[in-house]
Design a protein around this ligand. Structure first.
Ligand code: DAH
Length: 344
């Protein structure tokens, strides 16, 4: 490259800057960069020809060439920014003719929705929520609940035992024990939670299900309170006309013990498919807390009485939502579960 004079350099600069400003896209611009500033580029070559110039001209020529290089670089940067803005503006433009994409709206699982609703109802009559761990001791799950040594529910064919001798609780009742050991009376709690039993899954059994435990302990508590509170609960949940009945039963931790039925909210007690023609739906096991339970938790000195109950959530969900098979609640098929999006 032969040495150039000032006019030639300035004219070259105008020409290159104009070419770059007219580059129509990114690749044309990149080609121009390589052509002028690349290792073998025109401007690069001019810079290296500087050493061949007469020593007297070098400072002036060097200054001009530096200015040229800088001007080319500036022109490249400016054009690059312009092209980037254009392309991002294009991607931001909105095509109103494209079909829309629905976003999934989350919903509560029916089991969760029912626990929430039940909690709300019991809260409204003064209950607070307690909980306990899924892994329990034999003592809390059985011994302190007055369960005889030979009770079938203790059998490893009914209850899951861990290697260290603990177990997966087969009921929420151990929360009664935990709560009373940690709090003096009066007590008015519910405890919703997960339970485990060695049941073979079928339409009405799952090895993993939920209960809501209830416990009310004070100076004066009777079966009539139990009946009144459960009637209120059932009417809030199922509807205003619902009635409650008690049937005698046996549980180790209550005396007397009852099973609690609500009149069928679908047929009003006439008999239908939902209540299997009986007019009644079982909603809970319950009773007056056994003195041995109070003894186990150190409550005998308080001279209190109490009622307790335990409800099966899945059973109630199946009745309320008309679910024919308990497994449908656990398969997590959204096509099925979505039907209950409106909750309880
Ligand atoms: N734990 C019992 C069960 O799983 C249910 C139950 C019955 C709980 C009576 C209670 C009760 O608190 O008083 O079958």
């Amino acid at each position: 490259m032969t040495a150039m004079n000032r006019e030639e350099i300035e004219s070259l600069q105008r020409q290159i800057v104009a070419e770059i400003a007219g580059a129509s896209d990114g690749s044309t611009l990149e080609a121009a960069r390589v052509k002028y500033l690349g290792r073998k580029g025109v401007v690069t070559a001019l810079m290296s020809s500087l050493k061949e110039a007469a020593p007297a001209e070098r400072p002036e020529l060097g200054r001009l060439l530096n200015a040229l290089k800088q001007a080319v670089q500036d022109a490249l940067d400016t054009r690059r920014k312009q092209l980037d803005n254009v392309s991002s503006a294009a991607s931001e433009s909105f095509d109103f003719t494209l079909p829309g994409e629905w976003r999934e709206i989350g919903m509560a699982h029916p089991i969760h929705a029912l626990i929430e609703r039940a909690t709300e109802i019991f809260r409204s009559i003064g209950f607070t929520v307690a909980d306990g761990p899924d892994i329990e001791t034999v003592r809390n799950n059985f011994d302190a609940l007055n369960t005889p040594e030979d009770h079938p529910s203790r059998d490893p064919s009914d209850t899951f035992y861990l290697e260290n001798g603990d177990l997966l609780r087969c009921q929420t009742s151990p929360v009664q024990v935990r709560y009373m050991e940690a709090h003096p009376p009066p007590v008015r709690i519910i405890a919703p939670g997960r339970c485990y039993r060695r049941d073979t899954p079928d339409a009405t059994h799952s090895a993993n299900f939920h209960q809501i435990e209830g416990l009310y302990v004070d100076r004066q508590v009777s079966l009539a309170d139990l009946k009144g509170d459960l009637t209120y609960f059932a009417r809030q949940l199922f509807g205003p006309g619902v009635r409650i009945r008690f049937r005698p039963h046996f549980f180790p931790f209550t005396e007397p013990s009852v099973e609690v039925d609500a009149s069928c909210h679908v047929c009003g007690g006439q008999g239908c498919r939902v209540c299997k023609e009986s007019g009644w739906i079982e909603i809970a096991g319950a009773g007056m807390v056994h003195p041995n339970v109070f003894r186990a938790v150190g409550y005998e000195r308080h001279q209190v009485v109490g009622y307790a109950f335990g409800m099966g959530i899945e059973r109630m969900a199946m009745i309320l939502f008309g679910v024919p098979d308990i497994r449908l609640l656990y398969e997590n098929d959204l096509r099925y579960l979505r039907q209950f999006a409106s909750g309880v």
